[in-house]
Design a protein around this ligand. Sequence first.
Ligand SMILES: [Zn+2]
Length: 139
Amino acid sequence: MIVPEVKMMKEKFRQFMIGRYGTDALSKFMLITAVVFWVLNMIFGSKVLYTWAVLLLVLAYVRMFSKNIQKRYQENVKYLEIKGKVLAKFRKEKSNMEQRKTHHIYKCPTCKQKIRIPRGKGRICITCPKCKTEFTKIS
Ligand SMILES: [Zn+2]
């Protein structure tokens, strides 16, 4: 059961939000980061973290209540782009680390091309696929 006052407040808020941008992935990220900074500030008592937490909180709300929907939308697209790149980098780093368990990564002494060689093959002669330089390594 919803109390009539709460219902009225909700209605007022709905009307207030008409023509305004509202929440998106970027503002959610900003709010979460603000909370994380706030908690860290409580642990470490850092003025810098406190300032960033407040700044992020204010900015997140400014974006939500903004009437410049086009611009806010573009900011969110940019954020999602950067987020995608960061996640891709993490995934690549993770697969590199897994590869290191089964493979050695050698650099060609001439052209610095990275070459992946399976471990445990003993002394091997490697031919660089790029510049055809031959070098020996122990895998
Ligand atoms: Zn090479």
